[in-house]
Design a protein around this ligand. Structure first.
Ligand code: ACM
Length: 540
């Protein structure tokens, strides 16, 4: 009941903004908040309380997050309400929460209460609480924290929920490979800004990165290339160094579980029919001409694509069986982009499939290919996402479209009543340059500043209110042709990830660039303490 009262207050009086206060600097900006007098101080005497069993791991997560405030750790109790000073995590299935990821955060001098109808909501309340604490909270080593820091949280009431249900960040681990510890760090960081999807791009022309037990050559052969292009595309210079790596199935399970604890769903991408040179290098029979080819050493779009024969479908279904076993995500991303049709035009096998199925051309053949895979995944309770090329030749009946060549694919799909995730390349590709400066490290092309990212609006004006409902959200993409270290990924992704978080979470009418820029400043210190190599262009 207490909660409902607050909700009514917020909804009837509107948002009470408190961002003028230097102590309140939360990103993404919450829906409604009211600053009060006083503060709660975290000291050794407090405890952490949680109301139901399912919150126990989150209470532990909070305890870990507070490590530098008390390296002995706090007492954690399964208790709904007590008079003790502490942080209370309370699950409440009060139907008045308007969104299942909503939370309410109340801070007084005596207690901090986070209330939500789902564990995810509690987790987001904790992320907000984290940003109300001094930036030094991000240190992982107590000896680095200055002695005079007081762990004060301003008295406040916040009611908050996301604008979009799909809030994604992508990482290409195929062009360059990143170790498990880095992938976890990346997931930690996106969860901090309330993202809930990690799109893991696992297969490419230049490397296959997921262990598949039935096909050992995918990791013995396809995971390795003999050399890598040096410098910009077209230099023709190569380093001559063998490069590669892959995640074992145990490592993948570890990452999926780690993400799950942070309310991030991992969506694997297994590319088909194009961007599959590496797999065909390992198993030439998957191509139309059974030719010996090498794992690609340069970037771009390649002619070697899967041949639409029964053996290929059998291979892909076997691969997807293992993928589904590892990834509980309803969505499986099947790629679908940049598949040149030249080999299918020249292949008797592909032409025979066109005749047999009564297809008009190679584009319809791609649609046939994707639809068969969709049917297979649907029969196992999964749904496909594909890049917007899957519209060509006919969209698979239940596919979700990821619009990357601008917004047009997303608009077309929404008008066809298909779900859409927006990742238009001019604003959502974080492999682009982020500043005009001769000293910027090499990037693939183009200029996408933080301000461009922040200004992005995922719902195109062309869509009616009804059609707009098909836009589930948006995503930032990090393609790694020009990122061979985790530090470079961090440089390209941050702070653009932080900017996009507000596009995805905050009500459209509350977005404000100047205000965001002020709130961004303390985030830079947080990135420092978290040892994130964020780009500094927008730092004062
Ligand atoms: C893409 O950037 N090829 C999806």
């Amino acid at each position: 009941m207490r909660f409902s009262l607050h909700l009514v207050l917020f909804l009837t009086t509107g948002s009470v903004w408190a961002f003028q206060s230097p102590e309140v600097s939360v990103i993404p900006k919450p829906v409604a908040m009211e600053l009060k007098n006083g503060a709660f101080t975290i000291n050794d005497d407090i405890s952490i309380f949680y109301s139901v069993d399912s919150l126990e791991p989150i209470a532990s997560y909070l305890n870990d997050l507070l490590f530098v405030t008390n390296w002995k750790g706090y007492n954690i109790y399964h208790e709904t309400r007590s008079e003790a000073k502490g942080i209370y995590l309370q699950l409440n299935d009060d139907s008045e929460f308007v969104h299942d990821e909503a939370y309410e955060l109340r801070v007084t001098g005596d207690r901090i209460e986070i209330e939500a109808q789902s564990p995810a909501g509690i987790f987001y309340g904790i992320q907000t609480l984290r940003q109300l604490l001094p930036e030094q909270i991000e240190h992982t080593d107590p000896s680095l924290v200055t002695r005079d820091v007081v762990w004060k949280v301003p008295a406040i009431e916040i009611y908050d929920y996301p604008r979009f249900q799909y809030r994604g960040m992508h990482l290409d681990v195929a062009r360059h490979f990143f170790p498990v510890e880095f992938v976890k760090k990346y997931i930690d960081l996106i969860a901090m800004y309330k993202y809930n999807r990690f799109h893991w791009h696992l297969t490419e022309d230049q490397g296959w990165r997921i262990e598949i037990k039935q096909y050992p050559l995918l990791t013995e052969v396809a995971a390795w290339r003999d050399s890598t292009l040096i410098g910009n595309y077209g230099t023709g210079q190569y380093d001559g160094i063998r490069y590669g790596g892959y995640y074992t199935q145990d490592e993948i399970r570890e990452i999926v579980a780690y993400a799950n604890e942070r309310f991030v769903t991992v969506i694997p991408e297994i590319e088909l029919p194009g961007h599959s040179t590496a797999a065909i290098a390992a198993y030439p029979e998957l191509g139309c001409f059974n030719q010996e080819i090498d794992v690609a050493t340069t970037w771009g779009v390649f002619y070697d694509i899967y041949c639409p024969k029964e053996e290929t479908f059998e291979f892909l279904e076997n691969v997807l069986d293992e993928v589904m076993e590892l990834f509980p995500s309803t969505y499986i991303h099947i790629g679908g982009d940049e598949a040149p049709k030249k080999q299918w035009e020249e292949s008797d096998v592909a032409q025979e499939v066109i005749r047999r199925e009564g297809l008009a051309d190679e584009h319809e053949l791609q649609s046939y290919f994707v639809t068969r895979i969709e049917r297979y995944l649907n029969s196992h309770g999964r749904q496909i996402i594909g890049w917007d090329e899957i519209l060509e030749g006919g969209l698979a009946p239940r596919a979700t479209v990821m619009s990357w060549r601008g917004e047009q694919g997303g608009i077309a799909a929404a008008k066809m009543n298909h779900d859409v995730i927006m990742t238009p390349n001019d604003t959502n590709y974080f492999d682009h340059y982020q500043a005009e400066n001769d000293t910027e490290p090499i990037a693939i092309c183009c200029l996408t500043t933080l301000e461009d990212v922040y200004a992005y609006e995922p719902v195109p004006a062309e869509l009616s209110e009804e059609e707009a409902k098909y836009v589930l959200g948006a995503q930032g993409n990090v393609w790694t042709e020009y990122m061979h270290t985790g530090a470079k990924v961090e440089y390209m992704a941050f702070p653009r990830v932080i900017g996009l978080s507000e596009v995805l979470w905050t009500p459209k009418s509350d977005k404000e660039w100047d205000d965001f820029l002020i709130r961004l400043q303390p985030q830079f210190s947080r990135m420092d303490y978290l040892t994130v190599n964020a780009a500094q262009h927008y730092r004062d």
